[in-house]
Design a protein around this ligand. Structure first.
Ligand code: G2I
Length: 458
């Protein structure tokens, strides 16, 4: 939880069902979740999500609280979305995407064209038939998700490991060396708004494989093949540790005129060593202006594709690990062990009296806002506190100054982006027990709001 230093009381006495207070934080009091701390640095902090886990309240509680971007872990892959040629199934992916949009989270699409996790029918195709099937697949899926995807992994893992910088042999590669640029041009034609990325592993430092990807990106930029970003998966362990030239490698790609993103971060290990590696990854990204987001490949250790390596930020019970605190600190947030995030959804009583309104009373709710502002932008964290009656839903009203706009909202749905904006609870945080508190947040451009928030119970 944030610890406000300065408090500006804007709470009119006697307001019951529609009241609020306003708190301004200094930068040192930076936001207290991965997502809000990253947002304060102009970046997203995301995670891979598995649709079948969303009904697990510990999982979805952490997802809602901490992350501002999601990547479907398997649900958008070719075998999931086109199990039979020409017959598309978006149900699991739609669940993740629509939920993310409701919660104000960005979506990384993963992945349109890949040699792995192809449906059986595609594995059996070759030549023109496979090329046409790939083009149709990219067109259909990118069209279905047009307007909903921040960045697409258009092509995944197309280069071989080993020292020669060659393309990976695959059925797609055997359709012709131009298959990658065809996939990118096709994706752009279907969705002109998503950023289009090339994504790979073992390209995190400078080596023959990353040199080959670098040469491809350079060539694409020179010839006008649409590519906007390069993803660095960053799966690390003792056999494949964080390279010492990680930041330099990110920077050289950024210098080609593409965004760079850390897309599948996990680091096997435990304790301080693991925490230090996570912090080093974050610092490298923050040091590269065009490194605009970090995604970890799962939430709890037990959610990982390599769970035995305990490579993630939360343990199997959903408790934040040392790696979590180190990541938060590296993102610039102040961490205080006594204010570690809860492991259950945030409907516990407020532990921060200075941000709470006076004694809850009446049947309504009150809201208070904490702001972390910098030149040109801000992150607002809003606490909603129930009065004497249990809430079954709430709406908080705030007026943004002229020229300011909401760019991203989490754990609430915003009615708009400018002027008077209403923020309404999402499915999981509408119910708030008497005197208990729940939280949502938003990021904005321009100047932070300074008016008193209203809170209306539903
Ligand atoms: O392998 C780690 C990642 C490397 N980069 C690309 C990513 O897409 C990849 O993710 C992993 C998923 O985390 C796994 O969950 O990709 C694997 C497949 O290549 C995923 O594993 C698969 C299992 O192999 C299947 O047996 C299973 O049906 O997950 C499927 C869905 O649970």
């Amino acid at each position: 939880m944030t610890r406000p230093r300065t408090t500006v009381i804007a709470l009119a006495a006697g307001l019951l069902a529609a009241a609020g207070s306003f708190v301004v934080l200094s930068p040192a009091d930076a936001a207290s979740t991965l997502g809000s701390a990253a947002a304060a640095k102009g970046r997203y902090f995301g995670t891979a999500v598995a649709a079948y886990k969303l009904s697990d309240s510990v999982y979805s509680g952490i997802l809602n609280r901490e992350f501002t971007s999601v990547t479907p872990e398997n649900e958008m892959k070719w075998d999931a979305t086109e199990p039979t040629q020409g017959s598309f199934n978006y149900s699991s992916a739609d669940t993740i995407v629509n939920r993310a949009i409701t919660n104000g989270q960005k979506v990384r699409g993963h992945a349109l064209a890949w040699h792995s996790q192809q449906p059986g029918w595609a594995q059996n195709l070759s030549g023109t038939a496979l090329r046409n099937a790939m083009v149709n697949h990219v067109t259909q899926v990118a069209t279905h998700y047009r307007g909903k995807i921040d960045s697409w992994d258009v092509v995944n893992e197309a280069f071989a490991d080993g020292g020669n910088g060659a393309r990976r042999d695959s059925n797609l590669q055997r359709t012709g060396n131009d298959w990658i640029e065809v996939a990118f041009r096709t994706a752009r034609a279907a969705d002109s708004t998503a950023k289009l990325c090339y994504n790979d592993y073992n390209t995190d430092g400078q080596n023959a494989k990353s040199n080959a990807v670098y040469a491809m990106v350079q060539d694409f930029k020179a010839r006008g093949v649409p590519i906007d970003c390069v993803g660095f998966q960053s799966h690390f362990n003792s056999a494949s540790p964080l390279p010492s030239d990680y930041q330099a490698n990110l920077q050289r790609f950024a210098n080609l005129g593409v965004d760079v993103q850390i897309t599948e971060l996990d680091i096997e290990g435990s304790g301080t060593a693991q925490a230090n590696s996570y912090a080093a990854v974050v610092r490298a990204c923050l040091a590269v202006t065009r490194c605009n987001g970090i995604t970890v490949w799962g939430i709890r250790d037990t959610d990982s594709w390599r769970a035995s390596g305990t490579p993630l930020l939360f343990d199997g019970s959903g408790n934040p690990k040392a790696a979590y605190s180190a990541t938060l600190t590296a993102l610039g947030a102040t961490t205080d062990p006594s204010t570690s995030p809860p492991t259950s959804p945030s409907t516990s009583p407020s532990a921060s009296p200075s941000t709470s309104p006076s004694t809850p009373s009446g049947s309504g709710c009150t809201a208070s806002v904490s702001v972390n502002a910098w030149t040109g932008g801000f992150v607002a964290t809003v606490k909603v506190t129930a009065g004497a009656t249990r809430l079954s839903g709430w709406t908080v009203g705030l007026t943004l100054p002229s020229g300011s706009a909401v760019s991203n909202t989490w754990s609430a749905t915003a009615s708009g982006t400018t002027g008077a904006v209403s923020f309404t609870n999402v499915a999981y945080n509408g119910a708030v027990n008497p005197a208990a508190t729940t939280e949502f947040g938003f990021q904005g451009t321009g100047t932070a709001p300074s008016t008193t928030p209203t809170c209306t119970a539903r």
